[in-house]
Design a protein around this ligand. Structure first.
Ligand code: NAI
Ligand code: MG
Length: 350
């Protein structure tokens, strides 16, 4: 069997980490008896430099025609002064919108092998297994009107009931396969949109009587994630809160370089690490490729139904970590050897 994978490497560490994921994908697919064909497309700063726009039509068409998309990250200082519509980040938002990927699944799982790599106490984090379900194509990132005239600037946070219903449904369906607990995070004490969010989550919850529902204000949720992360199973929240809370959750796990994600909807799904292009370490070869490799394994599981290969990759990563191999971001006292980005990919293949 062969699958067509669209590849978007992007900017900064994007090419470095995606190359390692491809290495691991090739090895796993070979072992499990299927093949992958890759086609590369441009997005972000590199697309601006090459084609003049952050999201060429060719990229949209190519990804739509593929079975799944593996994406690195985009952005960098070089493009930060461009007008908003020409910026790399605008390309990414438009890309997600075009693909209709409203549900961004961000698992935050603490590996036993890494309990000492976190800055938090082992007893606080051990066994933590959270799924952050972030709404990805609505909310304040997309709301109109938006403007900045140099004196006054504003954005609009907007969600419609159907948008909240479909992301809630995703969260409850996931919870049914997990620990049957959903915590919806909002700011309903001050925001209209959050009140609609909360009411709608409660309505959807009626269809899932086995699932325990709770609600939490986002400021408290940020605190609770660090205080006692194990209280959470599925967290469902809007675009901006999900963005921020998953970065917080990454430090429970140990490093932002560990958190993968699946962006899913009605069309081609996109698999991407939760972090950005990390310009501060780009080109140094020290980025952690595991978030991208784990994203690739989510791709095998969710889009290609190659469960065996996905498990193989995840089990191998655990062995590599158990053996004490780390990238620089995880170089705690119990590390045996600190590997660069490409050596980490090689080690997993080995
Ligand atoms: P960032 O996630 O790129 O980096 C934050 C910090 O985490 C940096 O110190 C970085 O070195 C570190 N880091 C990130 N990924 C790492 C990895 N795999 N291994 C080791 N360390 C890692 O966020 P930042 O610095 O706020 O944004 C940088 C650029 O990325 C900006 O242009 C931003 O707009 C863009 N960005 C793009 C995203 C995407 O493409 N999905 C998501 C977030 C930001
Ligand atoms: Mg983010």
């Amino acid at each position: 069997k062969n699958y067509n994978i669209s590849i978007i490497k992007g900017d900064g560490i994007g090419p470095e980490i995606v190359d390692e994921a491809i290495k691991v994908l090739n090895s796993a697919s070979k072992k499990c008896g299927f093949t992958l064909s890759y086609k590369e497309y441009l997005m972000g700063g590199i697309a601006i430099d090459t084609t003049g726009v952050p999201l060429p039509q060719e990229t949209i068409d190519g990804v739509l025609a593929s079975d799944a998309c593996l994406f690195g990250a985009i952005g960098g200082e070089k493009w930060d002064t461009l007008p908003r519509e020409l910026r790399p980040e605008t390309g990414l938002l438009k890309f997600r919108e075009e693909m209709g990927v409203y549900a961004n699944l961000r698992p935050a799982i603490v590996y036993d092998e890494l309990v000492n790599a976190s800055t938090l106490k082992p007893e606080v984090i051990q066994g933590c297994d959270i799924m952050v379900v972030r709404e990805l194509i609505g909310g304040i990132y997309f709301g109109k009107p938006r403007e900045n005239d140099g004196f006054k600037a504003y954005n609009t946070m907007v969600y419609t009931k159907p948008e909240i219903e479909r992301i809630s449904k995703t969260a409850f369906e996931l919870a049914m396969k997990r620990d049957k607990r959903v915590c919806s995070v909002d700011k309903a004490n001050v925001l209209e949109v959050s009140q609609l969010w909360r009411d709608t989550v409660n309505e959807v919850a009626k269809n899932y009587p086995e699932v325990e529902v709770s609600h939490m204000y986002v400021d408290n949720a940020a605190m609770q994630l660090v205080r006692n992360p194990k209280q959470f199973d599925v967290i469902v929240t809007g675009n901006i809160f999900g963005d921020i809370l998953s970065d917080t959750a990454s430090m429970v796990v140990g490093s932002i370089g560990l958190l993968p994600s699946a962006s899913t909807g009605d069309k081609t799904a996109i698999y991407e690490p939760i972090h950005g292009s990390a310009p501060d370490i780009a080109g140094l070869g020290i980025a952690n490729p595991l978030a991208t490799i784990l994203s690739a394994s989510m791709m095998l599981r969710y889009s290609l139904n190659e469960e065996k290969a996905a498990n193989l990759i995840e089990d191998t990563i655990k062995i590599v970590l158990k053996d004490g191999y780390r990238t620089k971001d995880l170089a705690s006292y119990d590390a045996k050897e600190v590997l660069n980005c490409s050596a980490m990919g090689d080690k997993i293949v080995e």
